[in-house]
Design a protein around this ligand. Structure first.
Ligand code: PAF
Length: 266
């Protein structure tokens, strides 16, 4: 597995390859969900590139950024085992040589005012900035992202349209533990007891109302809830709770850790 920290070196290596490139952007602390994206890329593309970069511009809460798990050595081992061809792990100054004060902005429309956009102001601008920069560096054929971050996929699709990109965005299903907890790098900050309590999210998707779902989360150790929402899976416009087909999305805090998840009901 080739490893690069400098964009220029990554680019000169990839330019000469002449191969189809699948790209998996990550913030590290890799788990089976990320490895499923690597696998999907490997099965469709000649070369798989993974980036590891904890992007400061997408954290609206500086404490969340400081506490984000960093496990580079273990991540590199997992990527090697998974058959990833190239890993790119730039520094903050490599990604943002002119600082982070004056960055490009994207007209994301209502996507930026709902759900994650509402509760994490600026978050999606930061995601678009970094994914746009990474795509310029990697120039992939296909981009692989997981449906756990459902709204992020819609935002990145919008960014690809705004930038007239020809990259194909491939969405991959959420990977869960055997009991149903959506895999997330943030789970590393949960105790074993909290991981069991957090299953209330998965069980809650079957409850008939938003209020029943919220009550169940609170009864199972969640200390606060940003939202439980029901939307159209295509447009993300709100619709009556549980009216199929629909997408139920949730964001809630347990042990100070913010978890998100979603499930399509069809
Ligand atoms: O989903 C993530 O891990 C991040 O938002 C991404 C897409 C790697 C951008 O930093």
């Amino acid at each position: 597995m080739k490893q690069f920290q400098k964009t220029s070196e990554l680019q000169s290596y990839l330019k000469s390859s002449g191969k189809s490139i699948g790209f998996v952007p990550t913030m590290g602390a890799l788990h089976e969900g990320h490895l499923a994206l690597i696998e999907a890329s490997r099965s469709a593309c000649d070369l798989t590139v993974c980036s590891i970069f904890v992007n400061p511009t997408q954290f609206n809460d500086p404490t969340d950024f400081d506490k984000y798990p960093v496990t580079l050595e273990a991540d590199l081992e997992k990527l090697q085992e998974a058959g990833c061809d190239v890993v790119f792990y730039p520094s903050v100054s490599e990604m943002y040589p002119n600082g982070t004060a004056d960055l490009k902005s994207y007209d994301l429309g209502f996507l930026e005012t709902i759900l994650e956009g509402k509760y994490r102001p600026g978050h999606f601008q930061g995601v678009c900035v970094v994914v746009d920069l990474l795509l310029q560096a990697v120039q992939p054929t296909k981009l692989y992202m997981g449906e756990k971050d459902y709204q992020q996929i819609a935002v990145v699709q919008k960014m690809l349209e705004l930038t007239n990109s020809s990259v194909e965005l491939v969405r991959c299903p959420t990977v869960r533990s055997a009991e149903g907890l959506a895999l997330s790098s943030r789970n590393a900050r949960l105790s074993e007891e909290q991981k069991v309590q957090a299953l209330a999210i998965y069980k809650g998707f079957n409850l008939p109302s938003e209020s029943a779902f919220k009550q169940s989360l609170l009864d199972n150790g969640f200390e606060s809830i940003d939202y439980v929402a029901c939307v159209d899976p295509q447009t993300l416009q709100e619709k009556p709770y549980g009216e199929k087909p629909c997408l139920i999305l949730v964001a809630a805090f347990i042990g100070g850790v913010r978890l998100i998840d979603n499930k399509t009901l069809s």
